[in-house]
Design a protein around this ligand. Sequence first.
Ligand code: PHE
Length: 481
Amino acid sequence: MDQKARVTFGTKLGIIAATAGSAVGLGNIWRFPSQAAQDGGAIFVFVYLACVAFFGIPIVLAEFILGRAGKANSAGTYRNLAPGKKFHYFGYFAILAAFLIMGFYMVVSGWTLEYLVLSITGELGRTQDFSALFANLRNNPTAQITWMVIFTAATAGIVAFGVKKGIELASKLMMPLLLLVMLILCARAVTLPGANEGLVYLFAPNLENASSAGMRILTDALGQSFFSLSVGMGCLMTYASYFGKDVRLVKTAGTMASLDTSVAILAGAIIFPAAFALTTDPGSMVETLKTGGPGLVFIAIPQLLQSLPAAQIWSVFFFLLLVLASLTSTISLLEVITAFVHEEVRVTLPKPIRFQKTKPENGVLHQEYRIARPFAVSVISIGIIVLGIFCSYSLGDHSALKVFGMSFFDFLDFVTAKLMMPIGGIFISLFAGWYLDKKILAAELSNEGTIPLRFFKTYSFILRFIAPLGIAVVLVVGLVG
Ligand code: PHE
């Protein structure tokens, strides 16, 4: 492929905004609180933080290194860095993961869009029973599918325009605003009477609360850390292929991971105090949380918003930002597959006669064409919508769409976040630690020797041993324990 012509992100701020925009999303605001609730709070949170530090960040950095050195989509990157080898299968694995994640992520994104519209029309403000509202939504596949399709189309529209115009701009505007609104909501939540219990649940380790989750906490926390950081499935690798030469990879990885983790903790510090303070039944709150599942955010936050002055304005603002946060994540997911299709897949079509210099001897001449981004995006989106329809139907209370006892929705979440992303992380760390030439590793970390190279040995040790072995142990113990 023509490497010189590869587009890059415009500014350094744009890079942070795009990578953090990918990382910050429903994973932080919807998935993190619901996992923490199910697993009994604080112990989960600490294991999650450890996974971010020991496995997540080093692999984020490895994806940046591979992506910028390989300068292609996730399969092409492996092919460029290891020509003639079979490592590009890791890339295919990542592309499959991106597709499966979008299957359920678009459905939840659709919920955010519906809540935005309910806020605008004022219906959310008139609701008395937020749990019933959420349950109705999940049992109404038609509405759910409609919102999911609209969201997928919006993502597709932005990705079709290409990297710079769509992705960078959307992220740059949204991130600071989101943080601001979340800080305000947090201030409101923690000052409600009774909020303290929620903070205790989230931050004070309590064996009794965590006991019913048992070793599952390990897989849950590992999966959450990878999912939230967007790491382990080629997404950051694809973005890093658009990084310019002077981007400082270590710094970018650090900034992005701290932003992402702060937003998750902030989301927890809004939702748990709000849930405890606003419940009518504080006695059984801990039990409710453990079974609360995916509805937590969509029940606790609307309730909290109603306790603010000018509730409707806040509600519109919050759900608008949530929609945008999801959008910058779905964009990054769709880009993984789009870059792959656009760069790797060729179609062979007959060459139009008027362009032929030589007369074909037997039959017509053929020519290979690339698939244009808009066309690639459309075809992929149709696939995502089909997956999303199955997910939507599987959420109803009486749905028979179950795989291994889980709804199809939960099954996709489980397979991707808890299996494919950590396994993808093992592949990435092994490839970067063992196969990749140390000189490339050092050159990328030091921007060709122009900035100091620190902790190189430690980092290389983490990639070779700590990350792959640690992830494997956590995964296996969590799954069988
Ligand atoms: N990290 C995103 C979030 O937290 C989800 C995501 C996962 C995005 C994998 C891209 C790749 O919402």
